[in-house]
Ligand binder design. Structure first.
Ligand code: GLU
Ligand code: MG
Length: 466
């Protein structure tokens, strides 16, 4: 991203001024400027509409201390984060400014964080992701991505003696038509709100766990896909509140049962061709499509530190829970970390992609996609090859069977994932010294936070944070 000089600032101010009449007509009073911290919590500042041009030109002040924030709002004394000194500027991306259908009077624009000198902040995850997108583009490669969003809806007041308890607000069965009938008005309002905001919804359905629902959206450029992930979640939270429902996107809402995933679909493109299909490789992969996927597979242990970033993530990421607890890939294998999807014959060029199942919605989507792009690009540069695909639940094999098939268990704790990330040279280089260190420091901070806390205690503390 460019240095913000006076011309750029003037252009940004003019662009914001040009938007004002339309926003006033839409009843917008104020604009929310969200960004996601290292721990995965979305933080926000807002400006009244009249201040949008000034915010576009000069940004809005925000302390860099948030780089060191944990999900309980305590602050880690990191090597490069956590200091109360200094200031950053939040600059709204006006190209993504959206009138919020679920929050009348409000618009929303994700921000890039800059220094006061007008250079991108080295720990800005959105700027990092854009740099990685640009670097792939230099090799003629484009990635399309999309997040699936799973969430549970609970009764707003929990239990009589425990307001923070999770009590499913729905009783119908998994994928049940009766559950859909229960959420009929709520789901309609949600779909209308998303459409008004320009989000292309692919599907909505009742999911497996008690009170669980899911929305999947169309694939986009990675920065747009991460922005959309924020917008979808924000919309779900807002529409749920209108319907008197409390929502949780936490990886594990209660200690038993299936958690909330945040599966990510990725495809690699060159000159308008989907490199995940039409090739001579396994399931139609082209050499670059295979190499990208092999890069993801190789770096999965370290990627978990950004894709499954919470202690609660590892309560979800267990075998035989559809969460992808083993480093393996397979065609439509929902127990492999990488589920390869071809789509139906005739539609493969459009539909083929790889789904990373191990990730969840505690993740900062920009950091997560940045990690995936770095890992995939390293695979492409090295011409990496995939091992044989796995066609069974890896948990159904013996230890020896898994060893023979080259299937490794993924990290089973946040500490293990943080160590893998710390030692991953590809991710270290892509993130840069400061952000790489901060991710490690924040993860270790969360590990320390939950030292000795029971699974149920962790679920309870994390339940309403994301
Ligand atoms: N809820 C499961 C998870 O934690 C995923 C279910 C599915 O396959 O969509 O990832
Ligand atoms: Mg699902």
């Amino acid at each position: 991203m460019d240095q913000l000089d006076h011309t750029t600032r003037d252009d940004r101010r003019a662009a914001a001024e040009a938007l004002l009449p339309e926003l006033e007509d839409a009843g917008v009073v104020a604009v929310a400027l969200p960004w996601v911290d290292t721990s995965g919590i979305t933080r926000v500042k807002t400006v009244p509409l009249a201040k949008l041009p000034s915010a576009a030109a000069w940004g809005v002040g925000m302390s860099p201390v948030f780089d060191g924030f944990l999900l309980d709002d305590s602050i880690v004394a990191g090597r490069f984060a956590g200091s109360a000194v200094g200031d950053l500027r939040l600059h709204p991306d006006l190209s993504r400014l959206t009138v919020l259908a679920g929050q009348p009077g409000w618009a929303w624009a994700p921000v890039d964080r800059y220094t006061q000198a007008g250079t991108p902040h080295v720990q800005c995850s959105r700027s990092l992701l854009r740099r990685l997108v640009d670097s792939l583009a230099e090799d003629g490669l484009t990635v399309l991505g999309a997040f699936e969003v799973e969430w549970v809806v609970g009764r707003p007041d929990g239990l009589p003696d425990d307001a923070d308890a999770f009590v499913p607000a729905l009783s119908g069965p998994a994928y049940g038509m009766t559950r859909l009938a229960e959420v009929s008005d709520y789901a309609r309002d949600l779909l209308v709100a998303l459409e008004e905001q320009g989000v292309v919804v692919d599907q909505f359905h009742p999911e497996y766990a008690g009170g669980q629902l899911e929305i999947s959206v169309g694939a986009q450029d990675p920065v747009a896909a991460a922005d959309t992930a924020l917008l979808v979640r924000n919309t779900i939270t807002a529409v749920s509140a209108q319907h008197g429902l409390r929502v949780s996107f936490s990886p594990k809402v209660t200690a038993d049962g299936v958690g909330n995933g945040g599966h990510v679909h990725l495809s690699l493109w060159r000159d308008g061709e989907n490199l995940m299909s039409g090739g001579e490789g396994t399931f139609g992969l082209t050499p670059d499509g295979e190499a990208f996927t092999a890069g993801l597979l190789a770096h999965l242990p370290g990627l978990l530190a950004v894709g499954a970033p919470s202690v609660a993530s590892y309560l979800r990421l267990v075998p035989s829970h559809w969460a992808g607890a083993y480093a393996a890939w397979g065609l439509e294998n929902r127990e492999a970390a990488l589920r390869f999807v071809t789509g139906p014959d005739g539609n493969r060029q459009h539909a083929a992609n790889v789904e990373v199942k191990s990730f969840d919605l505690a993740a900062n989507p920009y950091l997560l996609l940045a990690g995936c792009l770095a890992a995939g690009a390293a695979g492409v540069r090295a011409g990496s090859r995939l091992p044989d695909p796995v066609g069974v639940d890896p948990a159904s094999l013996s230890d020896e069977g898994r060893r023979e098939a080259g299937i490794r268990p993924l990290p089973s704790s946040l500490e293990e994932a943080a160590r893998a990330f710390e030692q991953d040279e590809v991710l270290a280089e892509a993130f840069g010294e400061e952000l790489h260190a901060t991710v490690v420091d924040v993860r270790r901070g969360e590990v320390a936070l939950f030292e000795g806390v029971s699974a149920e205690g962790v679920c309870r503390s994390v339940r309403w944070k994301h």
